[in-house]
Structure formats: structure tokens, C-alpha cells
Design a protein around this ligand. Structure first.
Ligand code: PDD
Length: 285
């Protein structure tokens, strides 16, 4: 059965949803996006994603086309229409089209709004059990990584390099320090069981999963340090992991071919994963 997707007020079969070639999302990546996880047909951590969408719109002086209530209604309709048990809802808003190509923001364009669902296992994912191998690579992205734009070519290039090297993903490095994963936030656990992750700034995306996960970790009395860490410190860590809406928590078992800890998923990362999923499911809508 073809997917039903949402485009500018309409629910359509995916083959019928079309966007103009002059759309600024297409021409300039003048667009922002969000990914919300779905488990048991419910949206996880969605308030955070809706709030970050509004923030990204604000930073780019882009019209936020829908209220939070309208957005959630569309997300839930797509879950229902496509019978999504587990997976995610992708949401993208572009500045729309002025009917030609022009760098400056045109006045009075109507935003393009696209949402579609993706069905896949997120709780029982093989990579959550096995862990992932990452390579480190220079972070060549722009300086406003706090804005969740669809300008993702640097991430695509980096992830492709990881696959070519026989690995799963990347950790991005700037001035010797880890910024984040290719599409996730990055963490290490030191030999003293301290969870270390980079503090919020324009250098990283302010992960919604990160925020919930840190809350959960504090409740579990785990010690957290939000500070920079080098790739060498990561090599010597007891455990390492990533977080995002599409992975929740995935252990990192090797970085640049160096095994982390025992070289298999660490117990603290696995515990955080379980506790996070429990916490997020309890509040899912
Ligand atoms: N990516 N950092 C980057 C660069 C990301 O692209 C993402 C998410 C995160 C984690 O954010 P959150 O916990 O809010 O998902 C951090 C999404 C999942 C993606 O691009 O598919």
C-alpha cells in the first residue's frame, strides 16, 4: 500500500505529493526539519521537537505555519492512516517559493509543509544490541548547527566515508574536540563512570533526546559533566554512545578501529537506553 503523506493541508498518496522546482528548500536548503520517534503508535518527546521547530523558524525569520496543536494532529493522522506501530514522523518546513531564484528572503511566501511517516524497528534495533563502530572526521559543517536545517550534505559525505571504511557512522571533530555524531549527540563515560557530553552552543544541535536523557541520568544519580572532550579521551573511555530520536541510545563499541572498553556495548549505556525508553514511553502521546 502506498504511504499517505501530508503536503500543505492535504493528505495524499506519496506519488501525488509534488513541490515546485522554485521551492527554496530545493534551491537553497532554506528549510528546517524534525524527526519524532513513534513507539506503540505514540509520539515520543514530541513537545521538544515542536518547540525546537518554532525556535529554528525564529532563528531563520521563517513563518511558523502551524500551531503546535495542528502539527500534532497531522502527526497523529499520519500514524493512523499509515498504521505506524514503530518508526518515526519526518516533518519539513521550507520558506516556500517566490517563483524564481533569489538569495534574499522573498516577502510573503507561503511555507511548504511536508510530513511523512517511516515504519521501522526502533526499540528492538540490531544496532542497539550490537553497538556501532564510528570513525572520526573533521567537522566541515557551517557554524549554526543549533538550527535543524536540511542542509545536510556535510553529514552525508561524512557518513558515506564511514560506510566506505566499513563502519556505521562518524564522530565529528573540531579543534581536536568531538562536536557530535553524524546525526546524533555524542557521549563518553570515563573510567570513573562520569558521563561527558559537549555543552549546548551553536556548535551542536540541541538534541531533544539529549535533554530527556540527561534528565533521566540525573534521576538515576549518574554523574554528568557537560564539557568538551577530545577524541583521545574518547579512545580511552570506559564506554561511549550516541543519542537521537531515530536511535534513542546506541552504544559505540569502536572509534577509529580502537575498541572502546571491552569492545562490546557497555552496561551503563544499555541501562540509560532502557531507562530513557521507559521514561519517554510513559509520557508519549
Ligand atoms: N538527527 N545532532 C545532529 C547533527 C542530528 O542530526 C540529530 C538528529 C541529533 C539528535 O537530536 P534529537 O535527539 O533531537 O533527534 C544531534 C535526526 C534524527 C535526523 O537527522 O534524522
Amino acid at each position: 500500500m502506498p504511504r499517505t503523506v501530508y503536503l500543505n493541508g492535504e493528505y495524499l498518496p506519496e506519488s501525488e505529493a509534488k513541490v515546485s522546482i522554485f521551492d527554496r528548500g530545493f534551491l537553497f536548503a532554506d528549510a528546517i526539519y524534525e524527526v519524532t520517534a513513534v513507539v506503540d503508535g505514540k509520539l515520543l518527546d514530541n513537545d521538544g521537537h515542536v518547540a525546537r521547530l518554532a525556535r529554528s523558524c525564529g532563528e531563520l525569520e521563517m513563518k511558523n505555519p502551524l500551531t503546535a496543536e495542528e502539527l500534532v494532529h497531522i502527526q497523529k493522522e499520519l500514524v493512523r492512516l499509515n498504521d505506524v506501530k514503530e518508526g518515526g514522523i519526518y516533518l519539513q518546513v521550507t520558506r516556500g517559493s517566490s517563483g524564481d531564484r533569489d538569495f534574499a528572503y522573498p516577502e510573503n511566501t507561503e511555507p511548504t509543509v511536508v510530513l511523512f511517516s517511516q515504519s521501522r524497528a526502533v526499540v528492538d534495533s540490531p544496532k542497539a544490541k550490537k553497538g556501532i563502530k564510528v570513525i572520526s572526521t573533521p567537522d566541515i559543517r557551517w557554524r549554526r548547527r543549533d538550527i535543524k536545517t536540511t542542509s545536510l550534505l556535510a553529514a552525508c559525505m561524512a557518513k558515506q566515508a564511514a560506510i566506505a571504511a566499513g563502519c556505521d557512522d562518524v564522530w565529528l571533530i573540531e579543534d581536536g574536540y568531538v562536536t557530535e555524531g553524524g546525526s546524533s549527540n555524542a557521549y563518553i563515560i570515563t573510567q570513573d563512570n562520569v558521563i561527558v557530553t559537549r555543552p549546548l552552543s551553536n556548535d551542536i544541535l540541541h538534541g531533544i533526546t539529549r535533554a530527556s536523557l540527561l534528565k533521566v541520568a540525573k534521576q538515576e544519580n549518574l554523574v554528568i559533566e557537560e564539557r568538551l572532550f577530545t577524541i583521545e579521551e574518547a579512545y580511552a573511555a570506559k564506554e561511549a554512545f550516541i543519542s537521537s530520536a531515530s536511535t534513542f541510545v546506541w552504544p559505540v563499541v569502536a572509534i577509529d578501529d580502537k575498541p572502546i572498553g571491552s569492545g562490546s556495548p557497555g552496561p551503563i549505556a544499555m541501562q540509560i537506553r532502557e531507562t530513557y525508553i521507559e521514561f519517554a514511553l510513559a509520557q508519549a502521546v
